[in-house]
Write a protein that binds this ligand. Structure first.
Ligand SMILES: Nc1ncnc2c1ncn2[C@@H]1O[C@H](COP(=O)(O)OP(=O)(O)OP(=O)(O)O)[C@@H](O)[C@H]1O
Length: 288
């Protein structure tokens, strides 16, 4: 069924306008309670011959710390980009807190915060200007933007660099100012692509504290990472991707199962070769 759907879609089909198909009226609660933070149905994306995301279904409950993990090229960034409305799917539907991402983009975008991969920022603004501009774009009153900007700069240890141009920020500082911009309007769901990459341990601890506070008060975080220890210590819900598919998802303990760690469960789930370079018999000491 999934394969025939894939085969029916070539380059031309990819360019057709996409029409989301809400599973329930926008914003409506499900029969058995409030809608999940994210609901994905039959999501597909291919780039030429490469199938990046192969018809995934996913439901992420709200108020959770969700980790999206998978090997390089598994399709995590492509999935997050489609979920957050940055990349048009070839097929499938995405709802965020019950609202269709493509049919109701304004409602969805006001409820989410996004820290995308390869974050593009307004480089010629200072850190503070970037936040003030973002807050005003989000429609927050000036005084509230000022208050939140000052607090976020302070908590994220960026106060000393607030008047520096973003172009002069380090990788970790860029992550932190990007996170501040994503949090400024207090979104219901926060999507973070590799938020800890290039971030020093002190800053990582700060980011972690901010995110833990956010989820403790009802926010949902969905973040992608390769660092299993981090995912295991932060997340209470995990989705594992491999080859464009979701190979497991659910509460952390269920996904880990009987494995001693999430890392072990992950390696088994993605069918990793654990020999780690044993074939490179020329590498290391010995003849060169
Ligand atoms: N714009 C693009 N054009 C062509 N192929 C792409 C494009 N974006 C992604 N791909 C391909 O789609 C697949 C999934 O890529 P994606 O970036 O989503 O994986 P990922 O799980 O985020 O990987 P990583 O962990 O390395 O960041 C890969 O095979 C990648 O080469």
């Amino acid at each position: 069924m999934e394969r025939s759907q894939e085969g029916a879609r070539g380059e031309t089909a990819r360019l057709e306008p996409y029409h989301g198909r809400p599973a329930a009226p926008d914003g409506a609660a499900d029969a058995d309670g409030p809608p999940p933070a994210v609901r994905v149905r039959g999501l597909w994306k291919r780039f030429g011959e490469q199938v990046a995301v192969a018809g995934i279904h996913l439901e992420l409950p709200s108020g959770r710390f969700v980790g999206l993990v998978g090997p390089n090229g598994a399709g995590k960034t492509t999935t997050l980009s489609m979920i957050t409305g940055l990349l048009r799917p070839d097929d499938g539907a995405v709802q965020i807190v019950g609202r269709d991402v493509w049919a109701d983009p304004v409602a969805v975008k006001s409820r989410i915060g996004v820290l995308p991969e390869g974050l593009r920022l307004f480089e010629r603004l200072t850190g503070r200007e970037l936040l003030v501009y973002t807050g005003r774009l989000r429609g927050l009153p000036v005084a509230e933007v000022d208050r939140r900007t000052g607090q976020l700069l302070n908590v994220l240890d960026l106060s000393g660099s607030q008047h520096k141009l973003v172009v002069d920020y380090s990788t970790g500082m860029r992550k932190k100012i990007g996170l501040a911009a994503a949090l400024l309007h207090n979104p219901e769901v926060l999507f973070l692509d590799e938020p800890f990459e290039g971030v020093d341990p002190v800053s990582a601890q700060v980011i972690r504290g901010v995110l833990e506070r956010y989820t403790a008060t009802g926010g949902t975080v969905v973040f992608s990472s390769h660092v299993m220890e981090l995912v295991e210590s932060l997340c209470d819900w995990v989705a594992v991707m491999a080859g464009g598919r979701i190979v497991a998802h659910g509460p952390l303990a269920e996904v880990r199962g009987a494995a001693p760690s999430l890392q072990d469960a992950f390696l088994s789930l993605v069918g990793a070769d654990r020999r780690g370079g044993q074939d490179l018999d020329w590498l290391g000491g010995g003849p060169r």
